[in-house]
Design a protein around this ligand. Structure first.
Ligand code: FES
Length: 325
């Protein structure tokens, strides 16, 4: 996955111009500049942080055509079993409200050079892939979007996706994945120069990850919208404390065994912004200059992990970690 920040702008105060019931439990929110100015550009796969309520910030993918400069569109599935962010969006955000959002950031960008692109969407995971589909269509690329959902009434953006014509394929399973798309069969034999992008709920992510594990390095890209439940790390740092040193000042912050690095830094007065606190959004990403890291994020690729870490979930494996702060 490549990681880019779209531009250097600060938070935006946008107007909710439209709220649209897109599918069962899914609302789409169209956000515009109140004075009609063009919005900062974004690329397919980008997301924004949405300040839903004081102290409640959530990340949502931009799902409209990245060529559009007059609006950002996000789609939110109301998740009654979630942490409350989607419920708050559905209950609080109304037409004509002002909402603070971050500039777009992209940890799920389209890689160049593919001969063919396969987009696999599970439920609300369609949002970043829909933006990709718009970009790929505009570029005249060879691509297919497979949209897996429980039933037609659960599938969002019917009108816009039908405009993409034969590129879009629906798979409805009636609530039983065994009746849906045969992901393992579909991904069994990767064609040359084909790239795969997928996004969806936990079971779907696992199925796609397992089925594409043998694909060539660098051809598989995914984005989690919720941190998977994974066993706790058994790396040495989980059971031993260490020192995080701030390179610019020499400040040494002692991080206890099991203590969260971001919290330890913030408690020591180090300015560090966090948002998702799950290794998903990249807000806290920091360069490190030396030390071994137990990476626990879901956004950095191997090359980035040589220089960066996300202290909201990652930590040192050794006794000293020097941060470029
Ligand atoms: S706060 Fe989101 S990755 Fe660390």
């Amino acid at each position: 996955m490549s990681t880019t920040t779209e531009h250097g702008a600060g938070p935006l105060e946008l107007l909710v111009r439209q709220v649209r019931a897109e599918a069962a439990g899914i609302n789409a929110y169209e956000l515009v500049e109140p004075d009609g100015r063009p919005l900062p550009p974004f690329t397919a796969g980008a997301h924004i942080d949405v300040h839903v309520a004081p102290g409640l910030v959530r990340q949502y993918s931009l799902c409209n055509d990245p060529a559009e400069r007059h609006r950002y569109v996000i789609a939110v599935l109301r998740d009654e079993g979630g942490r409350g962010g989607s419920r708050a969006v559905h209950e609080r955000i109304r037409v004509r409200d002002r909402v603070a959002v971050s500039a777009p950031r992209n940890h799920f960008a389209l890689a160049g050079g593919a001969r063919k692109v396969v987009l696999l969407a599970g439920g609300i995971g369609v949002t970043p892939l829909k933006a990709m589909a718009h970009s790929l269509q505009a570029a005249g690329a060879d691509f297919e979007l497979h949209y897996c959902a429980k039933a037609p009434e659960c599938a969002a953006f019917g009108d816009e996706l039908s405009a993409l014509g034969g590129h879009v394929h629906y798979h409805f399973d009636g609530g039983d994945p065994a009746n849906g798309l045969d992901i393992a069969g579909m991904l069994a034999r990767p064609a040359a120069d084909t790239h795969l992008y997928y996004c969806g709920p936990g079971g779907f992510m696992k199925a796609c990850g397992d089925a594409s594990a043998h694909w060539p390095a660098g051809t598989v890209h995914c984005e989690h919208f919720k941190a998977p439940t994974a066993p706790a790390s058994t790396a040495g740092s989980a059971t031993a404390g260490y020192i995080a040193q701030i390179a610019s000042t020499g400040l040494e912050v002692s991080v206890d065994a099991g203590q969260n690095l971001a919290e330890a830094l913030q408690a020591a007065g180090v300015a560090l912004e966090t948002s998702c606190q799950s290794g998903l959004c990249g807000t806290c990403k920091v360069r490190y200059l030396s030390g071994e890291v137990d990476h626990q994020d879901y956004i950095l690729d191997e090359a980035e992990r040589q220089s960066f870490l996300t202290p909201c979930v990652s930590r040192a494996c050794g006794e000293l970690l020097v941060l470029d702060l």
